[in-house]
Design a protein around this ligand. Structure first.
Ligand code: GDP
Length: 701
């Protein structure tokens, strides 16, 4: 018989961990009583230790789910140790009950004063050879007098908390003091609300020693307020002396025994009245056991139904595939590495070189524009190149200086820093895109760490790399030697570059033409803009020649044939036309025999020469960026994943991580629910062997 309650108590706590709903609940004993009714004294008498928070104004602020587990004497005759455990806190076995008391006090005090009471129960288990197998829930005591620092709502809050716990199937232990009229007992009043027939309420009358024995006996007879489970009278006055806890049980018991012993005529065995803490314990065990046994059938059916549903869902949703938090974390990390590796293909040397070359080509174009295209003598250079009688070495030094200036503008434009940053930005974007994708979007904290450490690696390498690159391209700042083969590549590259630029300009021009309404209109517009410019130039000249007093006399622009926005278009078209003209001329030059002849014509074909320089810069930069930045990053990154994302996770963090992903969380939840229900079902079935009269036959097959 003992075993049944023990098993059911185990099953009860498993069920609580599966589901907080009322459907899957085995009964427990809920202790209610007003403040100072002697509730704590009764609980401590049952446990045999002082362990509940005491002190002025120390009301229980959270429900205590107290599970008592009877530990039988060992086979060698030694008495097992008594200890308590707070499973949620992970403090281990606590054999000093004053530590339990302090812990409960701390947990109580941790409830913010503004909340007064909290609904969240404290789970406390006590293992002892001196306790029966019982589950008791200690609730905050009903407050009679609202004191100054207890807000009005506290009373209501406590009442609603109690109401939640005293629902079926729980058993109500209503603690009333013998010296207070039962009619005034808040505990009985609350119980009557939910259990009007008194079918699942036990009355405990404390402080029996404070009323005359005949009055006490009359209360216990229960004639005034009959309870089906009866009243038990106790004298449960604590020892009151600190540091004397171990003898609490014996001391209290002695005063109780003394009292009832000296009033045998009222409370003796012939009276049929229930008195004493020992009787109370036995009574509670009987009541809990029979209540649990009668819940057994219903709970078995309920668990069976829940289990079938969970199994069905697990099959349908996951095809019975089991997962674990550990495997999810490992898979995620592998995925991260794999994705990273996949993306790193974008950072092979030819790719990087191409990217850097594109950046440098832009720069070549800027340099050409700055030094050549805006030079009024640019046409001279083209003419010189086209004249076969002109020898390259005879060309004016002006053009030689120009080429040297252009080359150094290119090599001294901060290539080391800019090319390093370009690649580093690419890596950053790569990490960001991994971080934003599935499943990392579910793991903001891990992703933040990922981003942080990858940036840290980059930060650490950027300075070194850009210095190294700058150092290695240094020779080009002074002299660039060009091989014929390199020249040809550079020249062809420049042709491609110009053709692309030409195409771009022609497209823009076409757009303008469409916007303005045809080529005739655009030509007119351009001519008009040119006229305007011409007039403006003349005006400025006149003004320079004119005397000072005439300066203020501004000339009025004669007409407004075009709206201002079209004038802007016209100006652009004019610019594009001029630029196209230059590019076409230079393109012809680049394709000419002379440019094709070789590097000795560098002065006459600056575009080819600068493109060769850009090629060399890109090649050298890519090489050193590869060594100093990329190799380093690609080596370091997967190792940082292991050391910073993975290995410092403990079991709890692994589960937390996995549960951040809603898909995994759902899967784990269902899997756990199913497992637990299976375990509970197994245990319920095994009870059938303990008590043949209790047959947990499931309703549905
Ligand atoms: P709670 O506030 O309901 O937990 O009540 P306590 O257990 O703290 O008891 C309130 C007071 O009543 C304490 O001073 C106890 O010592 C005292 N008390 C409790 N039970 C008895 C009893 O059976 N007889 C006597 N004389 N005093 C008791």
């Amino acid at each position: 018989l003992m075993h049944l309650t023990k098993k059911l108590i185990e099953i009860r706590s498993m069920l609580i961990s599966i589901d907080q709903s009322d459907a899957l609940k085995l009964p427990s004993i809920v202790v209610i009583g007003s403040q100072s009714s002697g509730k704590s004294s009764v609980l401590e008498a049952i446990v045999g230790h002082e362990f509940l928070p005491k002190g002025n104004n120390m009301v229980t602020r959270r429900p205590i789910e107290l599970t008592l587990i009877h530990t039988p004497a060992q086979s060698d005759g030694k008495t097992p140790q008594e200890y308590g455990e707070f499973p949620a806190l992970g403090l281990g076995k606590i054999s000093d009950f004053s530590v339990i008391q302090r812990t409960l006090t701390d947990l109580n005090l941790a409830v913010p004063a503004s909340e007064c009471v909290s609904n969240e129960p404290i789970d406390l288990r006590i293992y002892s050879p001196h306790v029966p197998d019982l589950t008791l829930i200690d609730l905050p005591g009903y407050i009679q007098i609202t004191s100054m620092d207890q807000p009005e709502t506290l009373k209501d809050k406590i009442a609603s908390l109690c109401e939640k716990y005293i629902r079926e199937p729980n058993i109500i232990l209503a603690v009333c003091a013998a010296d207070v009229d039962l009619a005034n007992s808040p505990a009985l009043r609350a119980s009557r609300k939910v259990d009007p027939l008194g079918l699942r309420t036990i009355g405990v009358i404390t402080k029996m020693d404070l009323v005359p024995p005949e009055q006490g006996a009359s209360i216990l007879s229960g004639n005034r307020y009959p309870l089906h489970l009866g009243y038990v009278g106790v004298v449960a006055k604590g020892s009151g002396k600190k540091g004397n806890r171990d003898s609490l049980g014996t001391l209290a018991k002695r005063s109780e025994d003394d009292y009832f012993g000296s009033h045998r005529d009222y409370f003796g065995s012939t009276s049929k009245l229930m008195v004493g803490t020992g009787t109370l314990r036995r009574r509670l065990m009987e009541v809990l056991e029979s209540s649990m046994a009668s819940s057994l059938h219903g709970i078995t059916n309920a668990v069976q139904l829940e289990l079938e549903e969970a199994q069905y869902q697990f099959k349908v949703q996951y095809n019975d595939r089991r997962i674990s938090a550990e495997s999810y974390v490992a898979e995620t990390m592998d995925l991260l590495k794999a994705r990273f590796k996949e993306y790193t293909a974008q950072f092979r040397k030819p790719h990087v070189r191409e990217k850097l070359k594109a950046m440098l080509e832009d720069r070549v174009m800027d340099v050409l524009e700055q030094l050549y295209w805006t030079d009024k003598r640019a046409f001279e250079l083209t003419q010189l190149g086209a004249d076969p009688r002109v020898k390259a070495e005879d060309v004016e030094p002006y053009w030689r200086y120009k080429l040297e200036a252009a080359s150094s503008l290119l090599t001294k434009s901060g290539v080391g820093r800019d090319s390093t940053l370009l690649v580093a930005d690419g890596l950053r974007a790569l990490i960001d895109s991994i971080a934003q994708g599935e499943p990392f979007n579910h793991h903001p904290r891990a992703t933040e760490r990922l981003v942080q450490f990858s940036h840290a690696i980059l930060r650490e390498r950027i300075g070194v790399t850009s210095d190294q690159v700058e150092n290695c391209i240094k020779p080009y700042k002074f002299e660039v030697e060009v091989e014929p083969r390199e020249w040809e590549v550079g020249r062809a590259g420049a042709v491609g570059l110009f053709e692309r630029e030409l195409k771009l300009l022609e497209d823009r021009l076409k757009e303008l033409r469409q916007r303005v309404g045809g080529s005739r209109r655009l030509n007119n517009l351009v001519n008009y803009v040119r006229e305007l410019d011409e007039k403006e130039r003349e005006r400025r000249q006149r003004r320079l020649q004119a005397s000072e007093e005439d300066v203020g006399a501004a000339e009025v622009v004669d007409d407004y044939r075009y709206p201002p926005a079209q004038l802007v278009d016209g100006r652009h078209a004019m610019f594009f036309n001029d630029r196209i003209g230059i590019l076409k001329l230079r393109l012809a030059a680049l394709k000419s025999k002379r440019c094709k002849a070789g590097p000795e014509n560098d002065v006459l074909c600056p575009e080819a020469f600068l493109n060769v320089v850009a090629d060399k810069l890109a090649y050298t930069s890519a090489m050193f960026i590869n060594i100093e930045l990329l190799d380093h990053f690609f080596y370091q990154f997967p190792r940082e994943i292991d050391s910073r994302l993975l290995y410092d996770l403990d079991r709890k963090e692994i589960v937390e991580f996995a549960r951040e992903n809603p898909i995994i969380r759902k899967h784990l939840d269902l899997q756990e629910r199913k497992d637990k229900l299976e375990e509970v079902m197994k245990q319920l079935n095994s009870l059938a062997t303990l008590r043949p009269d209790v047959q947990p036959t499931p309703r549905r097959q």
